[in-house]
Write a protein that binds this ligand. Sequence first.
Ligand SMILES: [Zn+2]
Length: 418
Amino acid sequence: MKPKKAAQIVSWLVMVSAILLLLSYFDVVDKPLALPPDPEQYEQTEAADTKSEGSLPTGAASHSEQTEDTSAQTDETESTAETEETAPLKPLVFTNIDSNLITTDGSRLRIWPEKSSLPSIGLPEVQLPLQLNPEKPLQGAVVILDPGHGGSDIGESWQGESEEETLLEKTINLQIAVKIQEELVKQGAEVRMTRASDERHSYFYIMAYTADMMLQRYANDAKQAGYDPEPLESLRLLMQDVIRINSGTVDSGGRGIFNSIGTPANLKLIYDIENHYKDTVFLSVHLDASEKAEDKGVHVRYMSNEYIQSMNNSYAAGTDALSHAPNYNAYDSAQRERFASLLESSLTGQDPGMRSNQKAVFEDDLAVLRLNNVTSAQLTCGFLSNAEDRSRLTSTEGQEAIARGVANAMLQYYSAAP
Ligand SMILES: [Zn+2]
């Protein structure tokens, strides 16, 4: 190609993108905006980064509306490609992450300041209640659904009379999670599944999946606001390592920054980022089994700020507390408890047969609830060892009733202030 011809093509492309940018400014076409892809697709997305900036994954439009509110502050920085040439990005500076400043008597873990490490960069507040759209009542909600177990990790099981009658928790968890996904998507929510097939992942994969998704969202938002997300890149690389090492394994030992008592500084930063996005919840779906055939019904486990701290302190007992990272102190206990209670009341409201014969909502030490900082709960949908539960858990109608119950709980969760 002759240099003159190439120059013509380049200037033509520049003109087209300028026109598109102008149109997007006047809301004629969608603004260039990228959403976090699935971590599995991260490598391809990175390679095609500039391409993905302009495209919006189908079925995931919910963020565009919220982000557009910021257009007033970000007019001149809407197109990142243009920004890099015109205005330099401002540096992102995080604070409150120097653990040396925290003192203690050494008997218990030190405690991070509750204050967020995130700078104020003019991002829109993501607070509850969401502005709900009557047509799509859950539009704006982001739900990370985690169908428990998978692959060689079968979870609980129930053996019937014949060989064909074996029921595996991992299979039913996925069936129920898919039903929940369908119901939530129908109502406008954006749903991310930690697995969509019979795969095996460790807890650390799940935590890194959540963290990476939120890191990417914050990086995109910061970039839109005119800040350089570069400091977040190293954290995303750490998360990618954990995701890669823990794919296809229950626990390979590759836990990265999740492998410690307390919360290292870079994990505090991730938790603060997760805490910024109040529109996101994490729900792990499981089943139970008991020696006692009468044990039945729905259980919901959650972890409060205080409970997580007491767990970490118990893990550190007998060691030098100063040798461990400080405790994180800004898990939203009230929201976690409210989310768990809504799940239980909404499911048993859907079908009183789902009522438990024991305490149904309680705190429990689970890595998936401890090692993230979005509102989270683990829903145990029933007992494989109980005949009544079993027929609900394995029937389409029963699974749909569970899905409706979860969607109702989400609706109540998102439509009221804490
Ligand atoms: Zn389970």
